[in-house]
Design a protein around this ligand. Structure first.
Ligand SMILES: Cc1ncc(COP(=O)(O)O)c(C=O)c1O
Length: 442
């Protein structure tokens, strides 16, 4: 196989003809497949079914401190739930609030509260002329939707293999008072699977924000979601690093068990400094009398401790690892030698992020759609849904069965090739036209 870029026009035209034939055959099959859903498969969810049996009507619903979990109260979480989650995210139990079923919900509340009441006594963001957020891209579309919905201006920060471009982050945060936050997924990022390096975490902790109420929104959603036993990423503890750097209040860390047990029926938490906790609790007491303590108890009794979570996640990895490997193998064989796409081989998380030739992502996704394969919408991993290079495609391999994924990946590969050939032919056409025009002018 040769790189498409090295082929002559007639070679490309021949390749296009073959691909068009193949694409037509695929379309005629009438497939209905989906590589867009970043959610666990039924087989993964089956692993957690026993959690439903750990609390029956005969069982005690008293927490270890005697709290009757059937009743109101305990706004910030049971002590045993705090210990379990603290071990999961590597923080101290006293830095945690255990909330309800969704970490996204906590993030939304943090932004909403900052808008309405301000952060730790500072002016509410809604009373400022301009509020800006830094958005490492590609990133998680739902983060960007939150800031977009509050009218916050979002600024793209390119991702590198070590995390966000920290030179740019420092430039914005340390000089612009309107920059109030940054969205981060520090481990197995959505969608690239990037793990922030120690240097990146330290540079975050050592930021010197121009705005007193600047906060890092550290979404550790994939903290225990390793694909390989022997390649488990470990990132520095951001709360400790911030405290060491004299910036103890600069970070809110989020996590949940959504993709550990059941999405929508797990437990979610926020870890932060004492000052921030006090600031949040002042408002939270107005918002709720307490979250679902029975579910907290259920999670504690099911997992017992962090080793229980680790063993459970190893079983999840056994189910999804072959899917990631099959997809990566196919990309390695079919796409890499042609020079028409790039990706990072993830060792954790839920996604593979494919970078096509510039200007091809929308077309590839629409070709896939026509052939019966739904992909995440083009542009979704960018603020305002705008991918400046139109090249990023998020692939979610966990939900389909192995066989469905194989078929979907085959379709994807054909669409990538066809779209790339068309793009290169177009470019060569325009180059030829430009050369001809220049010749005429001379
Ligand atoms: C980075 C990231 N954060 C948060 C969430 C949602 O978390 P939760 O279910 O706890 O609201 C997801 C789900 O895909 C995610 O990818």
């Amino acid at each position: 196989m040769r790189k498409y870029q090295e082929m002559t026009k007639s070679e490309l035209l021949k390749e296009k003809e073959q691909l068009e034939r193949r694409y037509k055959e695929i379309r005629e099959i009438g497939l209905q497949l989906n590589m867009a859903r970043g959610k666990p498969s039924a087989e993964q969810l089956d692993l957690s079914m026993d959690i439903l049996d750990v609390i029956g009507k005969e069982d005690s619903l008293l927490a270890e401190d005697g709290t009757d979990c059937r009743n109101y109260g305990v706004m910030d979480g049971l002590p045993e739930a705090k210990r379990l989650v603290a071990d999961m995210v590597d923080c101290k139990p006293e830095n945690l609030i255990i909330y309800g079923n969704s970490s996204l919900n906590i993030m939304y509340d943090q932004v909403a509260r900052a808008e309405l009441f301000g952060v730790c006594g500072n002016t509410p963001w809604s009373q400022l002329d301009k509020v800006k957020f830094l958005c490492p891209v590609p990133g998680y579309d739902r983060h960007f939707k939150i800031t977009e919905s509050f009218g916050i201006e979002m600024i793209n920060i390119p991702m590198t293999a070590d995390g966000p471009d920290m030179d740019l982050v420092e430039k914005y945060v340390n000089n612009d008072e309107a920059v109030k936050g940054i969205w981060c997924v520090p481990k197995y990022s959505n969608p690239q699977g990037v793990v922030y390096s120690d240097e990146t975490v330290r540079r975050f902790a050592n930021l010197q924000p121009k705005a007193k109420d600047f906060r890092i929104f550290w979404d550790n959603a994939y903290v225990v979601h390793h694909l390989y036993e022997d390649k488990q990423a470990k990132i520095l503890n951001i709360l400790e690093e911030c405290a060491k750097a004299g910036n103890p209040d600069m970070v809110y860390e989020f996590c949940s068990t959504s993709k550990v047990t059941f999405p929508g029926a797990g437990i979610a938490a926020l870890a932060t400094s004492e000052n921030n906790l006090a600031d949040i609790k002042k408002r939270l007491t107005v918002q709720t009398i307490g979250h679902d303590k029975i579910n907290q108890l259920r999670h504690v009794r099911y997992f017992k401790n962090i080793d229980g979570i680790k063993a459970h996640m190893a079983k999840q990895a056994d189910i999804i690892r072959p899917k990631f490997e099959m997809l990566i193998d196919m990309l390695n064989k079919e796409i890499k030698p042609l020079g028409i796409g790039q990706w990072i081989n993830p060792v954790g998380g839920y996604f593979v992020c494919f970078e096509s030739l510039e200007g091809c992502a929308k077309d590839i996704i629409s070709k896939c759609k026509e052939a019966g394969v739904t992909m995440t919408g083009a542009g979704a991993p960018f603020p305002y849904g705008k991918d400046p290079k139109d090249s990023t495609i998020r692939i979610a391999p966990t939900y389909p069965s192995m066989e469905e994924l194989r078929q979907a990946a085959e379709v994807f590969v054909v669409c990538v090739k066809l779209s790339s050939v068309e793009k290169l032919l177009q470019t060569s056409e325009s180059t030829i036209l430009e050369v001809e025009a220049e010749e005429v002018l001379q």
